[in-house]
Design a protein around this ligand. Structure first.
Ligand SMILES: CC(C)(COP(=O)(O)OP(=O)(O)OC[C@H]1O[C@@H](n2cnc3c(N)ncnc32)[C@H](O)[C@@H]1OP(=O)(O)O)[C@@H](O)C(=O)NCCC(=O)NCCS
Length: 243
């Protein structure tokens, strides 16, 4: 752990009680929800297969999802995952199911799986490379932005980076992405370089942003203060996210 103090007692393995949003590790079954948010958030979304590979094969990666709990109130968007009821599933013959697959019809989910997917409101991920943690993605479902969920996910990534022994966290961000850069600056990310024409869709440049040393007293203070503010904002008591 490169001499770092533990992320804090908040980075535990239990769910945060009475919170409106919680963060937990991403699982393969979460991918349809992640892909749905991804398409609304990025010009060139990763395919679902990329997330599956990351979760199953990349031991140096960490991916997490944020879920709303019942305390977050009613859903703020139309359902995205069509439900198939048991009787209907039985009556759908093999041909119907094959036709659905080849005609590209939206997949249907049993009610429990659909409900589980509907409550996912954001996701984020990182790779550890040498002693640096690279944020690969972070996004919040548009109707849920501006409530602290992006920050909750970022803190989960930082905590995981510390647990993995990273000395710093770094990322690339569109030069025009003011909102994301403002979030990152709250956690000591500063511009540390530029990648010209980094984004393939429109040739926009990326700014490289990197934190202070994760073990430094200044960073630890910023993290502790951010965590305390978030706890107030998200509500509840207990760890901020599952390990
Ligand atoms: C970037 C993103 C993840 C932020 O998520 P979010 O849940 O809306 O952000 P939060 O509510 O947690 O806000 C945290 C901080 O971000 C900054 N921020 C959030 N919304 C902002 C806005 N509209 N204007 C300026 N700053 C903003 C603020 O610093 C805010 O802290 P504050 O509330 O104390 O002022 C979200 O906007 C998103 O999904 N964007 C599309 C995908 C994307 O661009 N990802 C980043 C790729 S580099």
């Amino acid at each position: 752990m490169s001499g770092l103090s533990p992320p804090s007692q908040d980075s535990g393995t239990e769910r945060r009680d009475n919170a409106r949003y919680v963060v937990r590790p991403m699982e393969v079954r979460d991918i349809p929800a992640v892909s749905g948010i991804e398409k609304l958030s990025f010009a060139t979304p990763w395919p679902a297969s990329a997330y599956k590979r990351e979760i199953e094969k990349n031991r140096l990666a960490y991916y997490a999802v944020a879920e709303r709990t019942s305390l977050a109130g009613d859903t703020r968007r139309e359902p995205r995952f069509e439900v198939v009821h048991a009787l209907q599933a039985e009556s759908d013959g093999v041909l119907t199911r094959l036709a659905r697959r080849f005609l590209g019809d939206a997949p249907k989910y049993d009610p429990e799986d659909a409900a589980q997917l509907e409550i996912i409101v954001g996701y984020a991920g990182l790779w550890l490379m040498a002693d640096s943690a690279h944020v690969t993605t972070i996004a919040v479902d548009p109707p849920y932005r501006g409530e602290g969920i992006g920050e909750l996910l970022l803190v989960a990534l930082i905590d995981r980076s510390i647990e993995m022994g990273a000395a710093e966290v770094t990322l690339e961000c569109r030069v025009s992405n003011y909102v994301a850069q403002t979030l990152y600056r709250k956690y000591t990310f500063r511009n540390s370089g530029l990648r010209k024409r980094y984004y393939s869709d429109d040739g926009e440049d990326a700014v490289i942003m990197t934190t202070d040393s994760l073990g430094s007293p200044t960073f630890q203070l910023v993290l502790a203060q951010g965590r305390a503010r978030l706890a107030q904002r998200i509500g509840g008591h207990g760890p901020l996210h599952q390990g």
